[in-house]
Design a binder for this molecule. Structure first.
Ligand code: NAD
Length: 486
């Protein structure tokens, strides 16, 4: 049994109230341990520690030393790679190879890339003519935003949390992280790494707990928090934006998606099937960038549906690291109930069930876990709930289309605008689609291929702002202008 504590001002501490909540395994619903339930006192202590560090050692540290320290954090993660993999596995139940090849290495990379960027970003300068002919020099400087509240979700906990903490610290801010209540382990483990490489107390703080009327909301309402960076549901983003309005705090939001995958008849068929399979079913469909709406050009529609069905029916459910296992459970019983309610709704709304639609037969030791089958539907109108709403599960609806104009209209007819994946060998078509589809990121003949120097974020109700590369500086720094009369 584990006991997960807060990390405040460089120390691992329980809640002063003594309150905890249970953490259960998604694999078998077994009680794994308890997690400290943070309240106002813990949020207050963490925010004040962050404020002290901002004006103390961290704030005074030369950039070169800060950059070296963040490289040491990345190296510290790599040295304890297996522990981070184990922490993420235990919390999420996802296959080991996903943690090993995607989620944990990205955690380390998120510190390195922003440490390097901060050393190499110029700011602008202008020479202004003045009536006396002497002129005035204007130049811009970047300063840290201050204390940043980081609120992160459960679907790729370490990757998504460090995606915010990396640039925040590189820019000289201090942070208070409120990880998802479902996945507290890796954020806590990172506290050990911070201490071991000498990051001053108060620079990185973690308060565990829930969202509404709990640690999450207390953090977003704290008047010593200067900005809030959030990844999660659009509905939660709405609540956080309202909280941030008090005190006019800045927000950066990465929110939900209902992404379209578009497959043209001229695509490389096998690559497209594999690409759409990954985008719809990796991480058991719990990926914001995932594909829950698939549009396939009519000449290859039946063949594509059959191939994707076969791919779904070949998954191997199992514990992370078990031989052959490549497919995990959903995060929780609560999320399982939500996904299954959509499975029932799809059939009630008239879908043709191609495969899945329920709970797989599992061995006795895993029967109580949050397992659901990968599921494909066809035959629904675009107004059906499962075609319109984000389910965040392993499922997709596939619909045939005939023309480019038709599929652009279908893809754009949604309130979300996060990402799309397009499969074609016609480069001109790919460029036209990329310009026409209203999303923050378009992948062509690929998916989840990320260059961390590029802008990342969503349009419409999928987010506010862009993070990644120099774009992260827009949120994590204040740009000041200095005007000197010569
Ligand atoms: P969620 O919004 O339920 O929770 C995210 C975090 O917000 C958790 O830490 C939670 O405790 C906290 N929270 C909840 N209510 C709060 C409140 N009122 N005030 C402050 N904090 C609050 O999201 P989730 O279920 O953990 O994650 C899944 C969602 O995240 C999906 O919608 C998915 O699309 C989205 N997501 C988006 C991206 C992206 O980059 N756009 C990436 C990953 C996940």
């Amino acid at each position: 049994m584990t006991e997960t504590l807060h990390f405040i001002d460089g120390q691992f501490v329980p809640s002063r109230s003594g309150k905890t909540f249970d953490k259960r395994s998604p694999l078998d619903n077994r009680l794994m341990g308890t997690v400290a339930e943070g309240g106002r006192e813990e949020v207050d202590a963490a925010v004040l520690a962050a404020r002290r560090a901002l004006h103390g050692d961290w704030g005074r540290m030369p950039v070169d030393k800060r950059v070296a320290m963040l490289h040491a954090v990345a190296d510290g993660i790599t040295q304890r790679f297996d522990e981070f993999v184990a922490a993420e596995e235990a919390d999420t139940g996802q296959p080991r190879h996903v943690m090993q090849h995607a989620f944990v290495p990205r955690g380390a990379a998120n510190f390195k890339i922003f440490a390097d960027i901060i050393k190499n970003v110029p700011t602008e300068s202008f020479m202004l003519d003045t009536p006396d002919g002497a002129g005035a020099l204007n130049y811009a400087i970047r300063k840290p935003k201050g204390v940043v509240g980081v609120i992160s979700p459960w679907n790729a906990p370490f990757l998504l949390m460090t995606w915010k903490v990396g640039p925040a610290l590189a820019c000289g801010n201090t942070v208070v992280v409120k990880p998802s209540e479902e996945t507290p382990a890796s954020a806590t483990l990172l506290g050990e790494v911070m201490n071991s490489v000498g990051v001053p107390p108060g620079v990185y703080n973690v308060v565990h707990g829930h969202g509404p009327d709990a640690a999450g909301e207390f953090l977003t309402r704290h008047d010593e928090v200067d900005g809030i960076t959030f990844t999660g549901e659009t509905r939660t983003g709405t609540a956080i934006m309202k909280a941030a309005a008090d005190g006019i705090r800045d927000v950066s939001f990465e929110l939900g998606g209902k992404n379209a995958g578009i497959v043209f008849a001229d695509c490389n068929f096998d690559d497209a099937v594999e690409g759409i399979f990954r985008s719809a079913f990796m991480n058991t469909g719990q990926v914001c960038l995932g594909t829950e709406r698939v549009y396939v050009q009519r000449p290859i529609f039946d063949r594509f549906v059959a191939a994707l069905k076969a791919r779904c029916e070949a998954v191997h459910y199992g514990r992370p690291g078990a031989p052959g296992s490549n497919y995990g459970p959903l995060i929780s019983q609560e999320h399982k109930a939500k996904v299954l309610s959509y499975y029932a709704k799809a059939v009630a709304e008239g879908a043709t069930l191609v495969t899945g639609g329920g709970v797989p037969q599992m061995p006795a030791d895993l029967a109580a876990g949050a397992w659901v089958q990968p599921t494909i539907w066809t035959g629904l109108p675009e107004t059906a709930s499962v075609v319109r709403e984000e389910i965040f599960g392993p499922c997709c609806h596939i619909r045939p289309f005939d023309t480019e104009a038709e599929v652009v209209a279908l893809a754009n007819a949604n309130r979300y605008g996060l990402s799309t994946t397009i499969w074609t060998q016609n480069l001109s078509c790919a460029h036209r689609m990329a310009a026409a589809i209203e999303v923050g990121i378009t992948w062509v003949n690929s998916w989840f291929l990320r260059d961390l120097r590029t802008p990342f974020g969503g349009s419409k109700q999928s987010g506010i702002g862009r993070e990644g590369g120099v774009h992260s500086l827009e949120f994590y720094t204040e740009l000041r202008n200095v005007c000197i009369k010569l």
